[in-house]
Design a protein around this ligand. Structure first.
Ligand SMILES: CC(=O)N[C@H]1[C@@H](OP(=O)(O)O)O[C@H](CO)[C@@H](O)[C@@H]1O
Ligand SMILES: [Mg+2]
Length: 556
């Protein structure tokens, strides 16, 4: 690097000294910690995002959020030029940057890395990083740190987009690099116009919605999603959305509210209660990239019926499969490849259901970057984690084919069922976020499919019945001692543990159980399913004890 660059980096980085004794890791979802520990990390991720922009000669993104974590935490992650997560091959550099003890170390690391990657630091070409943050009180100061990091690279521009959902930022990065309109207003307009297009294509015999109540009530986790959903809702005539727990309502972010809480605890979030019995309810997480639905049963005593990511996936798969069947009626159309992607945490009943539909079900390790990568192999790939993070990916060539076909349809004419199916699929590809899982676009797609089918949330929930399951965490001395294979379903180390799990699991009707080290917490997770809640609990507890025996004490 030249002298100007060297002294710029030295000056700025000496204002952001990392806290002592803290080791951070980029992990599955970027760096996360108590916000007070993060200024130097966020500053350095600013540098990382600028270098990524320099390397790829494209716009990148930097998002400040800790998603569903408590409000005092914060975090930071990078959006790659295609709108997806940071390339996995840059993660070790991200770790090294965040943990470099001094400005001198930092500069040494950058020098080594740019040389290895063949990055020319001449500042020529596109060099822009889009910055966004969620509603956390620490977000503004951290955003300033990010800005300083970005502008420590000569020629880099930081564009502050203010408060956004994580998927909005990813969407904007993707749109910018595709030369498309990329403002927040453009995002809202694309979502609302494709939603309207799908509503207009609802078969007339089904257009009378059969919902118990045609309004959806959404828990915004006291975060950014609720506010954005209200803005989006103003553009939608065909859907009544009531938002509760919006960040303006004064509640604490993720405290007894939000998709993570609802999915894990299976209880009503604050602001909901018996008055909502039977109504279609949904929960977003703190940065609005996860979505789950739920039903408050009559006399629920706080419990809910959860309609999770697996069921959202199943609904999307049914609808898309139906459209593809219309599309493929004539033999001149090549069969499109539709694939679905789940993790081992998907409820076994959902996997059975999808297989019975004749779909190809694929499994990847936990973490959306793995699911996304797999889904991108198909013409249409649908992926969801049980916790509600997922989307539907369309290949460029498939979208190109749909565009060619729909262009031929005379404007104003609704055409044949086959033409309508092409129009619907094209609208879905515009509605559902192609960069990452997005609770707002996911919610609109769920809502319009329910209208299309003429289904209530109860009818949807009855597609299949979840097998009883239980998740536990076990604290062990060293969770990295657990090594797994086969999409995390089989333990290869320590030796003997898998055999012991197999032996235990075989004793339970419909038993299934696996263990894996968490990528975000210092625990080993145990997941068990069985034919009754009682046996699922017993299986999980027995296997947690086995983990304890093989790996040391501290079970919780
Ligand atoms: C069982 C579970 O829900 N695991 C979550 C959790 O990962 P762990 O590696 O299990 O800690 O956080 C990830 C990031 O948010 C999310 O992708 C994943 O689904
Ligand atoms: Mg999130």
């Amino acid at each position: 690097m030249n002298e100007e660059q060297h002294s710029l980096l030295l000056n700025s980085s000496s204002r952001f000294i990392p806290p002592q004794g803290v080791k951070l890791s980029y992990g599955t979802a970027g760096f996360r910690a108590d916000a007070s520990l993060l200024p130097s990390t966020v500053f350095r991720v600013g540098i990382l995002a600028a270098l990524r922009s320099l390397k790829t000669r494209s716009v990148t993104g930097l998002m400040i959020t800790a998603s569903h974590n408590q409000v005092s935490d914060n975090g930071v992650k990078v959006a790659d030029p295609n709108g997806g997560m940071l390339s996995q091959h840059w993660e070790p550099f991200a770790d090294a940057l965040a943990n470099a003890p001094s400005p001198q170390h930092l500069i040494l690391l950058i020098n080594e890395f740019v040389e290895k990657e063949g990055i020319s630091m001449d500042g020529a070409g596109t060099l822009e990083v889009l910055l966004g943050r969620d509603t956390r009180p620490s977000g503004d100061a951290l955003l300033q740190a990010a800005k300083q990091g970005v502008t420590s690279i000569v020629g880099a521009v930081a564009t502050d987009l203010g408060i956004l959902t994580t998927p909005q930022l990813h969407w904007m990065v993707r749109a910018r690099n595709k030369g498309m309109k990329a403002s927040e207003q453009d995002y809202f307009e694309q979502l609302s116009s494709s939603f309207r297009c799908l509503v207009d294509l609802i078969p007339t015999e089904k257009s009378k919605f059969n919902g118990v109540n045609d309004k959806v009530v959404v828990d915004g986790a006291n975060g950014v999603g609720g506010v954005k959903l209200k803005d989006l809702g103003k553009l939608l005539n065909a859907l009544a959305i009531e938002v509760r727990n919006s960040s303006e309502d004064g509640g604490v972010l993720n405290d007894g509210v939000g998709a993570d809480y609802v999915q894990k605890e299976k209880v009503v979030p604050h602001g909901f209660g018996s008055k909502d019995a039977g109504i279609r309810c949904a929960s977003l997480d703190g940065d609005a990239d996860r979505l789950v639905y739920f039903i408050v049963p009559p006399e629920s005593s706080g419990r809910i019926d959860l309609v999770d990511g697996d069921k959202i996936l199943s609904l999307f798969a049914l609808f898309i499969r139906e459209q593809l069947s219309f599309l493929n009626e004539k033999e001149d159309i090549n069969q499109a490849r539709l694939g679905v992607v789940q993790t081992a945490y998907a409820n076994g009943a959902s996997t059975n259901y999808l297989k019975q539909l004749g779909l190809e079900v694929n499994f990847t390790p936990t973490g959306v970057k793995y699911l996304h990568e797999k889904a991108a192999e198909f013409d249409i790939g649908i992926y969801f984690e049980a916790n509600g993070h997922g989307t539907v990916l369309f290949s460029e060539s498939f979208v190109g084919g749909l565009e060619a076909r729909t262009n031929k349809i005379a404007s104003g004419s609704k055409g044949s069922e086959r033409e309508k199916a092409a129009l619907r699929l094209l609208a879905v590809s515009k509605l559902i976020n192609q960069a990452v899982g997005d609770a707002l676009s996911g919610l609109l797609l769920v809502e319009v499919i329910l209208q299309h089918m003429g289904w209530s949330i109860h009818r949807w929930n009855d597609l299949y019945h979840d097998l009883p399951s239980r998740q536990l965490k076990v604290k062990v001395a060293d969770r990295t001692a657990v090594v797994t294979t086969n999409a995390e379903t089989v333990v290869v180390s320590p030796p003997g543990l898998q055999e012991a799990i197999n032996e235990e699991t075989a004793r339970y009707p419909q038993g299934r159980c696996f263990v894996r080290p968490s990528g975000t917490e210092d625990v080993v997770r145990v997941y068990a399913e069985a034919s009754t809640q009682e046996t699922a609990d017993t299986l999980a507890n027995s296997v947690a004890r086995l983990v304890d025996q093989f790996l040391g004490s501290n079970s919780s």
